[in-house]
Every structure is written in C-alpha cells, then in structure tokens.
Write a protein that binds this ligand. Sequence first.
Ligand code: NAD
Length: 338
Amino acid sequence: MKQIGIALIGCGAISSVHLKAISEIPTAKLVAVVDTNAELAAQTAEAYQCRYYTDYLEMLKNPDIDVVHICTAHYLHAPMAVDALNAGKHVLTEKPMAETKEAAITMLHAAEANPNVQLGVIFQNRYNPASILMKQTVDSGELGKLLCLKGIVTWCRDASYYQTEWKGKWATEGGGVLINQSIHTLDLLQWIGGEVSSVKGTMSTDSLEGIIEVEDTVHAHLTYQNGATAVFYATNSYGVNSPPEIELVFEKGKLVLAGDTLYRVVDGEQSILTSPEATNLGAKSYWGISHGTQIADFYDHLLHNRSYGLNGPEGFKAFNLVMDIYESSRSGKRISYQ
Ligand SMILES: NC(=O)c1ccc[n+]([C@@H]2O[C@H](COP(=O)([O-])OP(=O)(O)OC[C@H]3O[C@@H](n4cnc5c(N)ncnc54)[C@H](O)[C@@H]3O)[C@@H](O)[C@H]2O)c1
C-alpha cells in the first residue's frame, strides 16, 4: 500500500492528538517532527519513532515528506504554510488560518500558485456526527425553513493558560476566545446556516483584564442570505469548560446540541439523534473528537488525487468572520457582504 510521508511542526499541546491520529492511519508514515525546543523535539521523535528537526526549513528539504501538519502559534501558520506549499508539500494547518487577514491571504495565494499540492484547514468539529446531522437536516429541508441559530461557548481559561509567549496578544494569537476557542462553533454556524450576509460583534475583556491584551468575551449577531439570523456568545470567563451549545430553530421543529447529545424536538416530542461519542484520541472532550477523522479524510483525498473540500477558501470563511467581528466591535458598525 502506498504510504504518504508526514512531518509535524510544533510539538506542543495539540501535537499529540495529531501524532496519535497519524500513527493509526495505515496509509501514513510519520517521517519527522519539528520544534525549536530541541529537547521537546527529541522526546517527541523518540516517542513516535521518527527523526526530528529544530528548523522547519531544513525539514522541507526532505524528499520523503509529502504532507506537513502545522501545529504552531497562530502567527507562524502563514509563513510556514507558504514555505511548505512553495516547497511542494501538502499542508494541513491547525485553525485559525493565521493572525491577520493579510497573512491568511498569503496562504490562499501560495495554494493557488502551487496547484499540485493542497492546503487543508483543521475544523475537526465539522466531522462530528452531530454536526453532520445538523447540516443534513438544514440541507434536506425536512424540518422546513431554517429560521434562526444560536451558538454558545462558555469555557474557562485563567491567567495560567496565558503564561506562554504567544497567547493573549494581538500580534501573535490574533485575538482571544473568538479566534482561538470559539472559532469552531462560529464555523459550524456559518457552515450549517448558509451564506452569511452581515455580522455585528461586540467584544470585551471581563475576567482577564490587565492579564491579556485580547478579548475573553464576545457576542455577535449574524444575518444569512436565506433570511435566517444567528446569535453567538463566547467567553473564557466561565468557571468550567462546558460543551458548546447549538440550537437550530426550523419552521417545523428544532435541533438542540447540548452536552454532546443532539436532540430533535417536533410537536413537543423530543428524540435523541446522537449520543456522546467515545474517543480514544486522547483529545480533551471540549476540543471535539474528530481530528482523526479529518486527518484520515485529508490523506484519502491526497492519495486519490481529489480536491479536498475544507481547503484554504473554505477555512477562510470562519476566519474572515472572526476578523470582521473584531472590526465591527472596534467600529460599532455592522459589516455587510452584499
Ligand atoms: N483544533 C483544536 O481543537 C485545537 C486545540 C488546541 C490547539 N489548537 C491549535 O493548535 C495550534 C498550536 O496550539 P498549542 O496549544 O499546541 O501551542 P503550544 O504553544 O503548546 O505549542 C506550539 C509549539 O510550537 C513550537 N514552536 C514555536 N516556534 C516554532 C518554530 N519556529 N518551529 C517549530 N516549532 C516551533 C513551540 O516550541 C511549541 O512546542 C494553535 O493554532 C491552536 O489554536 C487547535
């Protein structure tokens, strides 16, 4: 069986979720990991039986590497992705695409300029069974027209979480709870709800004032081309990490995602569509369980020379909304796309 050679850049918190998933995919072979922290890179290479580099540009010269996973700080995604694409490697980058729109656009241009390789963006929660069912219910029209959507993320990140050199700063993280934690839920609202026609947002720093530069709380109102509307609220100031909540209200009923269980309510009768999934990925439950599914799907597209759907332009949609919510919050004005 043909195997694709993989390298991963950034051996920090999320890397083990990628590395475990890669190790379980028979068509993939982990060739190398990269981290500027040589000790961490060496330890990770030993644990996963591969070689290591401390300079990703050196790694990109290795002809055995076909795909590069980017698991570094947000401000490093764009330069690393552009270098990897220009070196003829496929790229799977962690969300968000970058820390500014300009940086993300350099990735889109590099992908366009290198049509022989593909750029994929991690939004693993699109692969959760509940997300797929919500999308199918909207697209099939079985509950009638979608009227409104609600997305709520209430998580806990205290000062200790921000004791890293890149988090909590506009220049390196690109924002706070919106760009980092709740971009997944915003992505689901835009993916499930259809083309967004306008957005208005408001952000504040509530519990982490004086500790971080960026926002720890945000809310937004979205309108869609199909006439639906959405409200969105996210905070890192809650006391625990609650599972994200989503509600979709249709003409003939509603879907409610609560505590990882998807309920369907029609004529006052409630039924359960999906129950919480067990995960053996070692992922924190609130990160979602589907990294392995997305990574396997990306490789499958590469092996069969098919265009991957969650590509740069698709990954840019939620990222663009994030950036526009920040802009709207600063200007106090709604941003319209028509
Ligand atoms: N999809 C999800 O649910 C999810 C969950 C957690 C994190 N993430 C994303 O994963 C990415 C990484 O987050 P994290 O929490 O693992 O970060 P982290 O800070 O724990 O790890 C980043 C690693 O990159 C290394 N690094 C820094 N500069 C480097 C360079 N020039 N070359 C190679 N390595 C370098 C650091 O030494 C560190 O080990 C972020 O984009 C984050 O948003 C996604």
